[in-house]
Design a protein around this ligand. Structure first.
Ligand SMILES: [Zn+2]
Ligand SMILES: [Zn+2]
Length: 398
């Protein structure tokens, strides 16, 4: 390992206990989409205390950034830190924040060893990944302008260097009927709950014709007020996912026909509203290869657990997908020493356990080393840009 990379790893090792304390502080105080004030404060305080200068509430109230260097390739490492309702940090975003900050410390140490910044680093705090689309707001506000590469790493039950993240659109569907006494004058009512139930069943029947990579899942949020009132209103929420935006458009058309047929069949009217999409992740393969080589360079002292065929490469969705269409990006997922799956209480425990720490620090190092390659390795960024253009062109056609 060269001197710059060695200094990055050393700085991360030396900071290990305070990095652990930082992610524990976030883990113990889970906060939802756009409400991550505590996490925002402790992350910015940490940066200020460790030689960075944090810009608090950068473009969004709970976003932040810290920048060092002003010339050369511009790399960003992203921190997520939002939690889930009721089950806390069940997606392990406290560890994503720790990875991002650790990588930042490592890159800063490498700049110091080099005697000057050999590129430009932005540590970017991106709130509200769990449905809020914080990165979309940051993209729209210009936070990613001028960047050459962007990286983050996400905890998972296994290691995947290229995450198969699906494009997603969420939709709220409201059926309107007419209230009436359910026993005395039922013929006078129009039952909006029946429309929701029919809609649910029709979508479920249609699944046999779905491609194996499509995902549609929904709930009934409101099914009426009281059994003796014919429900005049029902509300459903659905998530609709597919590997590309083009496939998603096909799938959406099928789903919308289920909303409309359920309304028609029950005599209701229907309104539906799709939220802005999370795009599929374009894994930049030149950067993925550099990341994998750096993991190897770190010696593989940790037990890794590769994703099996049946794990499907972790087919969630993330607003990092939107970033990956703006700037060459990687979004590896990493094992944290537990078989627990994301969005479960067991995963919340795993993300707060001491056992997760060596895996998390290794990811901080792997991202720091990959950034050093982007700054130093001739041609890597050119190859990454070529991949980026090719991937974007291909996704417009499939
Ligand atoms: Zn999640
Ligand atoms: Zn997550």
């Amino acid at each position: 390992m060269d001197a710059l990379k060695e200094s990055a790893c050393k700085a991360i090792d030396e900071a290990s206990s305070k990095l652990h304390k930082l992610s524990q502080e976030i883990w113990k105080n889970p906060q939802l989409n756009f409400e991550e004030k505590h996490a925002h404060r402790v992350l910015c305080d940490f940066l200020d205390e460790n030689g960075f200068s944090a810009e608090r509430s950068y473009k969004l109230e709970t976003a932040f950034r810290a920048v060092i260097g002003d010339k050369g390739p511009h790399v960003s490492v992203l921190c997520e830190y939002d939690a889930l309702p009721e089950i806390g940090h069940a997606c392990g975003h406290n560890l994503i924040a720790e990875v991002g900050i650790a990588a930042g410390l490592g890159i800063k140490a490498a700049f110091e060893t080099a005697g000057k910044p050999i590129g430009k680093l932005t540590i970017l705090g991106t709130p509200a990944e769990e449905g809020g689309g914080g990165k979309i707001d940051l993209i729209n506000a210009g936070a990613f302008d001028g960047m050459d590469a962007s990286m983050m790493a996400h905890p998972a039950p296994f290691d995947v260097a290229e995450m198969a993240a699906l494009a997603i659109e969420t939709v709220t569907v409201t059926f309107y009927g007419k209230a009436s006494h359910a026993a005395a004058f039922p013929w006078d009512g129009v039952n909006a709950l029946d429309a929701a139930v029919m809609c649910y069943q029709t979508i479920s029947c249609m699944r046999q014709q779905f491609r194996p990579t499509w995902r549609v899942h929904g709930i009934i949020k409101n099914g009426g007020a009281k059994p003796n009132i014919i429900p005049e209103k029902s509300v459903m929420e659905y998530y609709v996912r597919a590997p590309t935006m083009l496939e998603l458009a096909t799938l959406k058309e099928k789903i919308v026909s289920c909303f409309e047929s359920a309304a028609k069949g029950t005599g209701c009217t229907v309104e539906y509203k799709f939220a802005r999409p999370y795009l599929n992740v374009l894994n930049n393969m030149s950067l993925v290869r550099a990341y994998k080589e750096n993991l190897k360079l770190l010696g593989g002292e940790l037990p890794s657990k590769p994703a099996s065929e049946k794990d499907n490469g972790f087919s969630g969705s993330t607003d990092m997908g939107n970033v990956s269409y703006i700037v060459p990006s990687i979004h590896p997922c990493f094992y944290i020493g537990s078989d627990a799956m994301n969005h479960t209480r067991a995963f919340t425990e795993a993300g707060g356990a001491d056992k997760a720490q060596p895996f998390t620090l290794a990811q901080g190092k792997a991202l720091a080393l990959t950034a050093i390659d982007i700054f130093n390795k001739k041609g890597l960024l050119d190859r990454a840009r070529e991949d980026f253009e090719k991937d974007k062109a291909a996704s417009a056609q499939s």
